[in-house]
Design a protein around this ligand. Structure first.
Ligand code: PLP
Length: 379
């Protein structure tokens, strides 16, 4: 059997990871400023993470959600404390799309409605409801098409108000910082007005923090730059540092009933052990404050380079936009300078490194970035 060929691949095969570095089959070392799509939050193979998961596996790796699991409660308690959302409850699942799917389902259960509002350049996943609210027609199959999934311009509160006043909207879903779309930060004022409008109209506000959450922005959740309390917050990527886990954080306005949501694998013992280890390391290493500090440094330094049109983001979620196409810059960074970065479209480089990235690694990137721009005669 061969693999279903949906991913264009780099000719690199990582076989080992350590902190902010990965090593390929030939032993070549790379600085990882991409974290495998913003997933690596505490660094590759962090010793505490490895020890916690390994020792859990020796005890019990999995049992279904029909028995008590103290690890789930520990994870929920720690997540509440670290995020500040202590009075929310947690539904555990396995991925970002699944978290969003469940969040949209909750909104629909609560309101009895099905219409959704989301925003242009937004990405929320590839499952049915999640892809319907995603602004990318190419990945919406006919079976996922929802006529009442309305996509509006971000930061245009009047457009949102006009739709909400029709009285048929279940949920508004928005990323804390748009990731795949190119690192666009929603305006604080827009988020605050959005919350107010949702409250006034009985609409569920869902913050998709799958990429921007878990400390990546320099705050636990990116929406916390604004003064809002969303009805639902979704999280995944950084939550397990590579172990598949997602979460739906649900405000006290929602009443659960048995069978309302469910999953076989979600919240299993190993996933919870991974999730707890991530929170422990984020806390002990003050990684969120580090993300703010190192992120600020990177953004300031990158902005100094002439050909950079704009640097956007918060913390270690950074978009570098150029007027020119960036394929060659990224290729040179990867193959010549051995630095992994991400992209968005043809003009934006994305940096999504581990949150405990050391300042000297950030300085190393700046040096190599300058070399590449020099070699390409761009500066
Ligand atoms: C903001 C956002 N939401 C949802 C998802 C979907 O997550 P997953 O790929 O785990 O289903 C992603 C993935 O990139 C994302 O960036």
């Amino acid at each position: 059997m061969d693999l279903f060929n949906v991913y264009p691949l780099f000719d690199i095969e990582p076989v080992k990871g350590e902190g902010s570095f990965i090593f390929d089959k030939e032993g070549q070392k790379y600085l990882d400023l991409y974290g495998g799509h913003a997933v690596i939050s505490i660094g590759h193979s962090h010793p505490h993470y490895v020890a916690t998961i390994s020792s859990q596996l020796e005890k019990i790796g999995f049992y279904s959600n029909s028995v008590k699991n103290e690890l789930q409660k520990n994870l929920a308690r720690k997540l509440g404390e670290m995020s500040g959302l202590t009075d929310y409850s947690l539904f555990l699942c396995n991925s970002g799309a699944e978290a969003n799917e469940n969040a949209l389902k909750l909104a629909s259960f609560k309101t009895g409605k099905s219409k959704t509002i989301s925003f242009n350049k937004g990405f929320h996943g590839r499952t049915s409801a999640a892809v319907a609210v995603t602004d990318n027609p190419k990945i919406i199959a006919p079976i996922n098409q929802k006529a009442d999934a309305i996509i509006l311009e971000m930061n245009n509160i009047d457009a949102v108000e006009k739709e909400l006043l029709k009285g048929d909207v279940a949920a508004v879903m928005i990323e804390g910082i748009q990731g795949i779309g190119g690192i666009y930060v929603p305006e604080v004022e827009f988020l605050e007005k959005l919350q107010k409008l949702c409250n006034e109209n009985g609409v569920v506000l869902i913050l998709d923090e799958i990429q921007s959450g878990y400390g990546r922005s320099g705050k636990f959740f990116a929406f916390q730059f604004a003064n809002i309390q969303p009805d639902i917050v979704t999280t995944a990527k950084g939550m397990g540092n590579g172990f598949p886990i997602g979460g739906v954080l649900i405000s006290p306005n929602f009443e659960p009933w048995f069978g309302m949501l469910g999953t076989t694998f979600g919240g299993n013992h190993l996933a919870c052990a991974a999730g707890i280890a991530v929170l422990d390391v984020l806390k002990s290493q003050k990684a969120i404050a580090n993300a703010a500090l190192v992120g600020n440094y990177l953004m300031q330094e990158i902005a100094k380079f002439e050909p950079v049109k704009e640097v956007r983001g918060n913390g270690l979620m950074i978009g570098i936009e150029f007027d020119i196409e960036i394929a060659e810059i990224r290729k040179k960074l990867l193959f010549d300078k051995k630095i992994f970065t991400g992209v968005s479209g043809k003009h934006i480089i994305r940096l999504l490194p581990p949150l405990n990235l050391k300042i000297e690694n950030a300085q190393f990137f700046i040096k190599k970035f300058e070399e590449v721009l020099n070699e390409m005669a761009l500066i």
